[in-house]
Write a protein of this length. Sequence first.
Length: 317
Amino acid sequence: MSHLKHQLPEKKPAKKRTVNDQAWLGALLKGLVIAFSWFSLAWNQRLGRGIGWLLIWLPNSQKSIAWKNIQVVYPDLSEDEQKVLLHNTLFELGKTITELGPMWCWPNQQILPLIKEIKGQALLDEAIANQKGVIFLGPHIGNWELNAIYLASRYPSTFLYRPPNVSSVESFMKKARSRFGGKLVPTDLRGVRTLIKALKNNEVTGILPDQDPGESGGVYAPFFGRPARSMTFVSKLVQKTDCAVLFMMMERLPNAEGYRLHFLPTDADIGSTDELVATTALNAGVEACIALAPEQYLWSYKRFRHPPAGVVDIYKS
């Protein structure tokens, strides 16, 4: 078990804030999420698109990071095409923010009907039928909060959980994310043990596979042709439990029509004991998910930060 201890994504040190600052910020964030939940999905996404317009026209790090990522990932696009993708990405980012309201506050019977279509149902049925537990890998695409809601509503589920930097919003977030039955466990060695036991008991879990795992939790593997620190946690779990693994993404449909749920297969190498082979397969699966809706990916995340020696840091150049 000790070799799993350093496989979790790196935890950033929380910024120091006073108790009053934490309480004020937590109340503000909670109030915004609740306010977003008051609107229909159509109006909610209109608000999100409005946030996207602000991100387009105002100087901000989200736009800057997304622009650099898009330029290196899609060099074959013209500059105009890259800008169109950037703008659409920021619109989708705005929707991801406002959709926290419905996802954290709406009842199950109001949320699940928003899933209008499921692609890859046979893959899901086969994975569940194996009765060895299933890891669902859900990259930061579309409405990834809805992934966990869907899983917890249908199957016994255990999810790793990391407290937010703003501690005063933690109880609200935990209650929101566990209200459909999913069990939240801490991202520490005890939590990993609980997750392994859950998988061996034929439960399911969801993991965001495109997070930077930090210096000790992964290796450099190609992601769109560039080296990116990539987690080995998934391959270690597979080796420990012999569970099934699928990719999962919740694509946002146009005009607030709802969502299309995709299940995609994984390469058998994703459980390889060769860390580079395993993480290369992991990243290839993330790329396949992104190809379905490139504008809905979280390009504002520094996926290529801390590159290996000799590789330019695109966020500093």
